[in-house]
Design a protein around this ligand. Sequence first.
Ligand code: GLU
Length: 301
Amino acid sequence: MTARNPRSALKRTRWIVVKVGTSTLTRDGELRAAKVTDLVRQISTLADRGRRVVVVSSGAVAVGSHQLGWSHQGRSIRQKQAAAAVGQIGLLELYRRRFARRDRQIAQVLLTRVGLEDRERFLNARHTLLELLRLGVTPIVNENDTVATDEIRFGDNDNLSATIVNLIGAELLVLLTDVDGFYEEKPKSGQARPKLVSQIDRITPAVRRAALGSDSAYGRGGMATKLEAAETAARSGASTVICNGATRDVLIRVADGEDLGTLMLPRKRLSSRKHWLAFTARSRGQLVLDAGAISAVVERG
Ligand code: GLU
């Protein structure tokens, strides 16, 4: 996707992964039904136009904590895991009801990074997701928090969504959050908003440093994990747009190529297997290469 206008190239994307964060879906632990209704309306509109959407939805921990009557979102990993198990039901039930109003079905897909490190399971997950999409069902993905201890920390659904991009070969990743996109510098309360960056061609160390300055104003996962996800998606040949879930018709407009949020351009696509090796599988041990082997790996792929 190296068209001269990368925004209008987004109009031609057919396979889209949308990640929606807790801050967009909940307030004080309560599900914002109107938000879900609106998101479902937009996804259905895209589906009617022949686009295929996979949703990666957070919110289980916040909703579950609220249902359990806590004023916090779990003080220990175990509490968070318990809360996620409680909250996931209500979260998916709301999606199910809203999609049903539009005669659409959903599927719950709970994944862990550790599970996907296994090549066979990775391929199984791919086949299931592709079959669901073929059937016209919208998969709603979340981490399987019950077994994912270190993955439960905030921001991980950003990375999970980038893994889904490679899993299904999506062309566009949309990260819906509670800020308008990536700012040139950290926004400070009481001061005019810094300039929003419309497009990032390449995630350089300077861009990463700017992201590290971000705080809660950038949503739960923070901007750093969103850049990491965008980089992972870029190596799968996909574009990423970071944008505000509260903007009217944001998904439809981004998919129509409108200049909203921050667009990160795709890079040269790694084959799906190499991408899996680089970003999903865990490396173990050490590789000792002589000069000839180095040139074979580095120069000849
Ligand atoms: N899986 C967590 C949840 O559903 C969210 C993790 C994240 O936001 O990255 O609450």
